[in-house]
Design a protein around this ligand. Structure first.
Ligand code: F0G
Length: 379
């Protein structure tokens, strides 16, 4: 598998930003696999007792960068539910909605999918330490996987802007916390002063490879039927880049015969949003995310904090729950349905990126919710 700059196509190092400013990406190249055989292989691995295949990422090993088995650091990530949600569909005004709950990962967020690959690669390369800038989830995940790998971990976070639960995770897993004044963007800028540690932010091409498996998880859980839309929250825009890559590869391999549309939902208040996980001013993956939106006939929308907290209350009421940033996907879907951009008959998957306990102090806006569910229905 080769690595290319996703902007200019030059040969690239998986951990380095290209001279042109583009980000490195693995390329499957002319990998040919029988799609029926691949689906069967992955299903057999899911049912096997092989510890590595307890991971919903490493079951897709043929599509991942080659890493020796003895370097792989896994916490059995990627086994997450796709919850059908009739009440959520009613709330948003679409025919069919399901939540892929990536908050049900080992450290409570989608970051684990990418981190298992990035930390395994770091371990395989002989690195002693890893570092990231983070609004909290990337750093929690890095801390856990680095601890499993026996690597030192340095988490650079914006002071006063990371939830207590995420800080507690970083401490518990033994990471060194470096708090900087300012926002996530300032934390990211200070990465350049760090020496002798592998950066595991999503500019690291291994992260994207793991996170692309979320797209495969959606498709597999639906028996390879493609939804009309996949809606997800965006911050630094690594995740939409990864999901788009997973979908593109699934299409190229013949696992699916059409592509869904993508809706990217960001916080209107930018770095000031109460959805602190997506409080990012200048997303590192902006260019590749923009390309993904073009390729997938996608759409981008910013939603305000009130809409996010109302959607969060809705997801909570369903007995599912998520952290505020995740609820941006349902808030965005509702707004895109209201504006007519998404049709009422749409079959939608909304991605929930983080667990309800990640940021439990942010209050939901329960009062704003209309009564819902059959038992409340007025004839
Ligand atoms: N949802 C949650 C819960 C997140 O933590 C993040 C990003 C996103 C959505 C957006 O994903 O950045 O790939 O567009 N969190 C990063 C972090 C910034 O440091 O944990 P993205």
């Amino acid at each position: 598998m080769r690595v290319e700059c996703s902007d200019c196509g030059a040969v690239a190092d998986p951990l380095e930003i290209c001279r042109c400013g583009g980000l490195p990406e693995f390329v499957l190249g002319d990998l040919r696999l029988d799609p029926v055989g691949l689906r069967r292989l992955v299903r057999e691995r899911r049912a096997s007792y092989e510890p590595l295949f307890a991971s919903g990422v490493w079951r897709w090993r043929e599509l991942l960068p080659p890493i020796p088995s003895d370097a792989i650091v896994s916490l059995a990530e990627g086994n997450v539910p796709l919850y059908d949600s009739a009440p959520g569909a009613r709330y948003a005004g679409v025919d069919r909605l399901a939540y892929l709950h990536l908050g049900m990962n080992p450290t409570g967020s989608f970051k684990d999918l990418g981190m298992t690959v990035a930390i395994s690669a770091a371990k395989a390369s002989g690195a002693r330490a890893v570092v990231c800038a983070s609004t909290g989830n990337t750093a929690s995940s890095m801390a856990a996987y680095a601890a499993r790998a026996g690597l030192d971990a340095y988490a650079i976070v914006p002071r006063g802007r990371v939830s207590d639960a995420k800080l507690a995770q970083m401490r518990e897993y033994g990471a060194q916390l470096i708090e900087v004044d300012g926002s996530f963007d300032d934390a990211f800028a200070s990465l350049q002063h760090v020496r002798d540690a592998a950066v595991v932010n999503s500019i690291n091409a291994y992260r994207i490879e793991g996170q692309k498996c979320a797209a495969l998880a959606i498709l597999e859980a639906r028996g390879w039927s493609v939804p009309d839309w996949i809606v997800l929250p965006g911050g630094n825009l690594g995740n939409i880049s990864a999901i788009a890559k997973g979908l593109r590869e699934a299409f190229a391999l013949g696992l699916i015969d059409r592509l869904p549309q993508l809706a990217l939902i960001r916080a209107a208040r930018g770095v000031q949003t109460t959805a602190s996980a997506i409080a990012v001013g200048v997303p590192q993956s902006l260019r590749r995310a923009s390309r993904a939106l073009v390729r997938f006939n996608g759409i981008e929308l910013a939603v305000d904090d009130d809409a996010i907290l109302e959607a969060k209350a809705q997801i909570g009421r369903e007995g599912i729950g998520c952290e505020p940033a995740s609820a941006a996907s349902l808030a965005g879907l509702r707004a895109l349905r209201a504006s007519g951009e998404i049709a009422p008959g749409a079959d939608v998957v909304a991605i929930l990126t983080g667990h309800i306990l990640k940021d439990a102090r942010v209050p939901s806006r329960l009062a704003a919710l209309a009564p819902q569910g059959d038992k409340h229905a007025v004839a």
